[in-house]
Design a binder for this molecule. Structure first.
Ligand code: PEP
Ligand code: MN
Length: 374
């Protein structure tokens, strides 16, 4: 099971003939039959859209907010499929949800971010899915814990689900940010590296939290070779009962899809491939040099740690640190590097240096400093 070897890629889930990324779109929540049908009719006119998403049971942070219309919404989705030919996708959080979705012929199930964070719930869903042949999408957990995400995917796989993919919807930010959820692309790249045959879709709507960033995030996802997008679209976004700020009209979505650049990932020509390889080679070599230099720097840090210890000097010398920041950011600027980037990098290196020196201080017995009681 380690590599999820037998996972089936999304373009073999249904009889479509597409080598383009999968576009899933639809409202955050089904609210009324008219809203669902009007949205679906407009989305169905956009040829790239193959799947209609809709929340039926909504996980809300506080009780009393709109918690979804429940089972009656599944009838509307059945009608969407019959009338427009779009496939339908719904979030499930309880085994009963799965049963209801299967009764109404829903085509794809997804596990929401809050559910993925809870292995008990994921296991209950996995158990309910044993023997069922339906595509399942696993959203990342709200917290940036790759193992938890992988764990949920593995539970589905172990239950026999082979039409399996991940959805990247960003991670809860602990700092103030303009985005609702931090993308942390490095985690997604690591997931792809761990399971190269796992398809990953990006949900730019929940990352953005706001209409204005959706296009930019979608482009980034495509540039990183994600396998598709899940985008919230509502016939009248401002009146939406959930996630109003991040939903866009089908018309806006059509415009956005036209503006996105879909680049080639596979099947590149030999020439393009070789130029890419050359650049990569250079990057590899520079990365190796950076790491070697960092190792040398750490050796010196160890020496200075021993020296400070022998002479009872504190590890953190504030003035020295300030001067490092100043001189390096000036140098960085003259080299055309972003100041914020240089400072973040230095902070990381500095933190590691301090840790290294603390370890040395702890390991050298002679280095006890002075005792307050004496
Ligand atoms: C949703 O897709 O509407 C949703 C609730 O998403 P998430 O689980 O990513 O918060
Ligand atoms: Mn939503």
């Amino acid at each position: 099971m380690a590599g999820l070897e037998n996972i089936i890629a999304w373009n073999n889930w249904f009889p479509f003939d597409s080598d383009k990324p999968l576009i899933i779109a639809g409202p955050c929540s089904a609210e009324s039959e008219e809203q669902v049908m009007q949205t679906a009719r407009e989305l169905a006119k956009i040829s790239q859209i193959k799947v209609f998403r809709s929340g039926i049971w909504k996980p809300r942070t506080r009780p009393g907010n709109f918690e979804g219309v429940g089972e009656k919404g599944l009838k509307w989705l059945q009608k969407v499929k019959a009338e427009t030919g779009l496939l339908t996708a719904v979030e499930v959080a309880y085994p009963d949800h799965i049963k209801a979705c299967l009764d109404y012929g829903i085509d794809i199930l997804w596990i929401g971010a809050r559910t993925t964070a809870n292995p008990f719930s994921v296991q209950e869903l996995a158990t309910a899915l044993k023997g069922v042949d339906i595509p399942v999408l696993v959203k990342n957990p709200v917290n940036p814990d790759l193992s938890l995400w992988i764990g949920a995917i593995e539970r589905m796989y172990k239950a026999g689900i082979r039409k399996l993919a991940a959805v990247h919807r960003g991670f809860f930010p602990f700092e103030n940010t303009s985005l609702r959820n931090i993308p942390k692309w490095e985690l997604v790249i690591e997931l792809k590296r761990t399971f190269p045959n796992l398809n990953i879709f990006t949900d730019p709507s929940h990352i953005a939290g706001n209409r204005e960033f959706i296009q930019e995030i979608s482009q980034k996802a495509l540039d990183l070779n994600m396998n598709g997008l899940m985008i919230e679209s509502h016939i009248s976004p401002d009146t939406a009962k959930s996630d109003a700020q991040q939903q866009i009209t089908p018309a806006r979505l059509a415009e956005m899809l036209d503006d996105l650049t879909f680049r080639q990932a596979n099947g590149l020509s030999v020439k393009v491939q070789s130029v890419l390889e050359q650049y990569r080679e250079q990057i590899d070599s520079i990365d190796n040099q950076m790491l070697e230099l960092l190792a040398q720097r750490m050796d010196i840090v160890s020496k200075i740690g021993e020296y400070k210890c022998e002479n009872n000097i504190t590890i953190l010398q504030l003035r020295r640190w300030e001067s490092i920041i100043q001189t390096r950011s000036r140098l960085g600027e003259s080299l055309g590097l972003d100041e914020d980037f240089v400072i973040k990098l230095l902070q990381l290196v500095h933190k590691e240096s301090i840790q290294k020196q603390s370890q040395i201080m702890e390991s050298l017995h002679k280095c006890k400093g002075f005792n307050l009681k004496k």
